[in-house]
Design a protein around this ligand. Sequence first.
Ligand code: GNR
Ligand code: NI
Length: 176
Amino acid sequence: MSLLNILRYPDARLHKIAKPVTVFDTRLKKLIADMAETMYEAPGVGLAASQVDVHEQLVVIDTSDTGNDLRVFINPQILWASEEKQIYDEGCLSVPGVYDGVERPARVKVRALDADGKPFEVDADGLLAVCIQHEMDHLMGKVFVEYLSPLKRNRIKAKMLKEEREQKRDKQYATR
Ligand code: GNR
Ligand code: NI
């Protein structure tokens, strides 16, 4: 297994649209294992393939307290979303250190394929519902900060670019 590099906002590759998975082979199994390892190590409760620069409709999620309930969603589709909304303080591994409220449907019914290409459905609420919708946004090239006001988004963008500049400078300094 190997850890994958997580793209950081505002990287243009985070806005690419993911294509459906069509081949369920060992390459897919390895990608799922590597994404799970990367998610647990981060640590995070979800990871979309888009975040590791693989633009295919694949998501891993584990919202359990124990970290032993890995769920894999391939080519996910929302079959139903509740009228009722919930506001959840979201974070994202591609926007580290930033948390803000996002309003989404409180409950969703999702259909997806598992790692073997077998269809399944799940009724989700709470954090799982938030996470599924957050990850499916990634597959469509959308990052949660795009739900925030332009003012907040621009502040976040500036903060991320500043951190990027500082990290590059630190790296250069370390090798001199
Ligand atoms: O680890 C994560 N935590 C989280 C918290 C609230 C709402 C959504 C998330 S998903 C995030 C991992 C991530 O960035 N997935 O794309
Ligand atoms: Ni995210």
